[in-house]
Write a protein that binds this ligand. Sequence first.
Ligand code: SF4
Length: 325
Amino acid sequence: MNPISETTEIPVGISACVMGEEVRFNGGHSQSRLCRNQLASHFKYQTFCPEVAAGFGIPRPTMRLIGDPAKPTLIFSKTADDAPVKDLTEQLTAACQPMLQRCHDLDGFILKKDSPSCGMERVKVYQASGHPHTDRSAGLFARALMDQYPNLPIEEDGRLNDAQLRENFVMRVFAHHHFRKEVLEQPSFHHLLQFHSSYKYLLMAHDQVAYRELGKMLAVAHNEPLAPLISRYFDQFMTAINKPASRGSHCNVMQHIMGYLKQSVDSTARQAILTVFEQYRLGEVNLITPMTLLSHYINQNGSDYIRAQRYLEPYPAHLGLRNQV
Ligand code: SF4
């Protein structure tokens, strides 16, 4: 297992305007300081603007989606009264293809919310009456990205302001990166087992059922063809860690990990640690508090196996994400 180093740089795609590039319809940007400052210390961004790639220019008329929310059409929002409405869907989707090919080498994507090209969800689709449908959609590039890369962690800039969603997204980006480097780029059953072993407790925190099923899958899989096995594992793994981990499930996992300290930590210290777990469960402290305490004892007294658990440090601690959840 490769440790997380302070210099690990993870390739992540991002809507160009979110990085501060002046590519919006009005020549402005929608810069996210969180993305540019805090996350940029580990994310090596590849920016992309679908509408500029499609040659619509800067500035350009505003665009919107119309028609069936399940298969919307992109048009300019306003056309001269007697001018025919021009369908821009093909022009935009064709221009996205080269970027979509390059996304094989990415570990995440941050999209601009509400955009008919980049929005991940809740994008308005207008009816002929001019009113939006109740059903919302994804922007055309976002839809193609999600369809082609169902395991790629994808989030919107606005949603990243929520501490829980931000923590979950960054954790998934690092997990995706580890899987790509440690399993997909050097596929073997042994590497898959090693990966699974290092993520066991993180999986347990997010989805107990998937934790058991993935364990069972690997226990009987040594004679299975490797490529479909890896693919099946990756699908289920990424789906499982996308689920939020509750305070209760974190406490459950931390108590399991405490089991490794039975012989080496006396009962008074153990009781003090369990008290902090309870404070976390009740919402009196954030996750960083019990995790710091637990990691301290695991680093001193834990076996190689337990110290190698990604659950203890799923991403660099200095990102401060566990301070806020
Ligand atoms: S939301 Fe997407 S299409 Fe619109 S300006 Fe930003 S990057 Fe370009």
